[in-house]
Design a protein around this ligand. Structure first.
Ligand code: PMP
Length: 434
C-alpha cells in the first residue's frame, strides 16, 4: 500500500508539473492533483491507480459505447498494426479497412449519406464539414454562400471552425479572435433560423449545423417536429443541413443515429467518438449521394483538404469491429430500454429529492436540472459531481447559461442493476449535499 501511495504521489507531481489537461480547472489541478489516475476499465467500470472502482456514467465523454476492456478490439488493433500500421490516403492511395468502413457506414447512415471523408475526431469533422460545404458552393458558382449557422447552446468542438460554430459563449470567449462567417440562432426555434437567414441574406448562407440532441450544452432534446421544420427551411432557401452526430451517433440515443428520431435526413453528417467507442481516434463527415455526385461532376484537380490520419487503417479496423459488437449484442436496443430505466430512475429522484427539477433524456443521454434556491449563490451540480465521484459514479455538470445541470451517458452495455446502482449513488450524493 505504501508503495502504491508513493506511486500515486509521484504520478500526481509529474502530472501537475508537465501535463496541461484539456478542458480542466487549471488551479484545481495544481492544488489537488489529478482527480483520478485511471489504469483499467471493464464494462461500465473504471479502476484507478489505488484500485478504486467507479461507474463510468459518462462513457468517458459520451464515447465508450461498447464499454471498456474489449479484448477483441485490442486484438484487431494489434493485428492491423502488425500487418499495416499506417499508410496515407492522399493521392487516392487506399487501404482495405478504410474502404470497408466507408462502405459499412453508407449502409447504416440515415437517408442517402453515401461517401465518407475520414478525420481523427469530432472537431476535425466539423471543420471539414464547413470547408466542404463552402467548397461545394464555390464549385456550384455561388461562392457568396459562406456563412455557417448554428445554435446558441450548441457544442461543435475546439478547432478554429468548430469553436466558431459553438454557440456556448464561454468556449468562444476563451480566445480573442475566431473564424469569420458564423452566426447563431435561438435553440430549437425554427422561426429564429428563418429570421437569421432572411437578415443575413440566403445567398450568403452555406449551411446550418445542429446536434440532434445537444450534449455538452446540457442534454437538450429537440421537440418532435423541430427538425422537419428545419429541413423544410433549409430546402426552401437551398441551404445545406448538417447534423453533428459526434455524440448521438452509433446507438447512443436508442437509434443508430440521433436524427432518425425526427424522420429527416441531412445533406452532411459529422461523426466521431462512438464509431470506435474511443478505442482509436477516428471521425468523419458523410456526404449525401447528391452532394458527392455534384462534387465529382464539378471538381477539377485535387480536393485540397486532408489530414495525415484520414483513413487510418488501424482506426478503421477498430471501428469495423466496434460496429460488429454494437450489432451483435443489440446495444442500440439496449440503449433504448436502459435509457427508459435511467429516466425512470431520474423521475424517482425527482419525487424524492426536492432539489431535483426537470429531468430529461433520449436513449442513454440524460440530464437532471437542479432547482435554483435563493440560498445558493453558486451552482450545485459540480458539488454533486464530486460527491458522486467519491461514492463511485462519474457524471458531469453543465453550468453554462445559468444552468445547473447534471448530465449522464453511460456505456450502451449498461444493465438494469448498474442503472439502479447509479441512481442509488446519485440519491446518496444529493442527500449528502442537502
Ligand atoms: N461535436 C459534438 C456534438 C461534440 O459533443 C464534440 C465533443 N464532445 C465535438 C463535436 C468535438 O469532438 P472532439 O472532442 O473529438 O474534437
Amino acid at each position: 500500500m505504501i508503495k502504491d501511495l508513493d506511486l500515486v504521489q509521484t504520478l500526481a507531481e509529474l502530472d501537475k508539473k508537465h501535463f496541461l489537461h484539456p478542458t480542466s480547472p487549471i488551479k484545481q489541478q495544481q492544488e489537488q492533483g489529478p482527480a483520478f489516475i485511471f489504469t483499467e476499465g471493464k464494462g461500465v467500470h473504471l479502476y484507478d491507480v489505488m484500485g478504486k472502482s467507479v461507474i463510468d456514467g459518462m462513457s468517458s465523454l459520451w464515447n465508450v459505447n461498447v464499454g471498456h476492456g474489449r479484448e477483441e478490439i485490442g486484438k484487431v488493433a494489434m493485428e492491423q498494426m502488425s500487418k499495416l500500421a499506417f499508410t496515407s490516403c492522399f493521392a487516392t492511395f487506399s487501404n482495405e479497412p478504410a474502404i470497408r468502413l466507408a462502405s459499412k457506414l453508407s449502409q447504416i447512415a440515415p437517408g442517402d449519406l453515401s461517401a465518407t471523408f475520414f478525420t481523427s475526431g469530432g472537431s476535425e469533422s466539423n471543420d471539414t464539414a464547413y470547408k466542404l460545404a463552402r467548397h461545394y458552393w464555390i464549385l456550384k458558382g455561388q461562392a457568396g454562400r459562406k456563412k455557417i449557422i448554428s445554435r446558441t447552446k450548441s457544442y461543435h468542438g475546439v478547432a478554429m471552425g468548430a469553436t466558431s460554430a459553438t454557440g456556448l459563449k464561454p468556449f468562444r470567449d476563451f480566445t480573442n479572435s475566431l473564424a469569420p462567417d458564423f452566426c447563431y440562432v435561438e435553440n430549437f426555434s425554427a422561426q429564429s433560423l428563418r429570421e437569421v437567414i432572411e437578415a443575413e441574406g440566403p445567398e450568403t448562407v452555406a449551411a446550418f449545423i445542429a446536434e440532434p440532441v445537444q450534449g455538452a450544452g446540457g442534454v437538450h432534446v429537440a421537440p418532435k417536429d423541430y427538425f422537419k421544420k428545419i429541413r423544410n427551411i433549409c430546402d426552401e432557401y437551398g441551404i445545406l443541413f448538417i447534423t453533428d452526430e459526434v455524440i448521438t451517433g452509433f446507438g447512443r440515443t436508442g437509434k443508430y443515429f440521433g436524427i432518425e428520431h425526427y424522420g429527416v435526413a441531412p445533406d452532411m453528417m459529422c461523426f466521431a467518438k462512438g464509431v470506435t467507442s474511443g478505442y482509436a481516434q477516428l471521425g468523419g463527415v458523410m456526404l449525401s449521394e447528391r452532394i458527392h455526385q455534384e462534387l465529382i461532376e464539378f471538381s477539377e484537380g485535387t480536393l485540397l483538404h486532408g489530414y495525415t490520419y484520414s483513413g487510418h487503417p488501424m482506426a478503421c479496423a477498430v471501428a469495423l469491429k466496434n460496429l460488429e459488437i454494437i450489432e451483435r449484442e443489440n446495444l442500440i436496443e439496449n440503449a433504448e430500454i436502459m435509457g427508459q430505466e435511467m429516466l425512470k430512475g431520474f423521475k424517482w429522484l425527482q419525487s424524492n429529492r426536492k432539489i431535483v427539477g426537470e429531468v430529461r433524456g433520449l436513449g442513454l443521454m440524460g440530464g437532471i436540472e437542479i432547482v435554483k434556491e435563493q440560498k445558493f449563490s453558486t451552482p450545485i451540480a459540480p458539488l454533486i459531481v464530486s460527491e458522486a465521484a467519491k461514492r463511485g459514479l462519474i457524471c458531469r455538470s453543465v453550468t453554462f447559461d445559468g444552468q445547473d445541470t447534471l448530465v449522464f451517458a453511460p456505456p450502451l452495455t449498461i444493465s438494469k442493476t448498474e442503472i439502479d446502482q447509479m441512481i442509488d449513488i446519485l440519491h446518496d450524493s444529493i442527500l449528502a449535499f442537502e
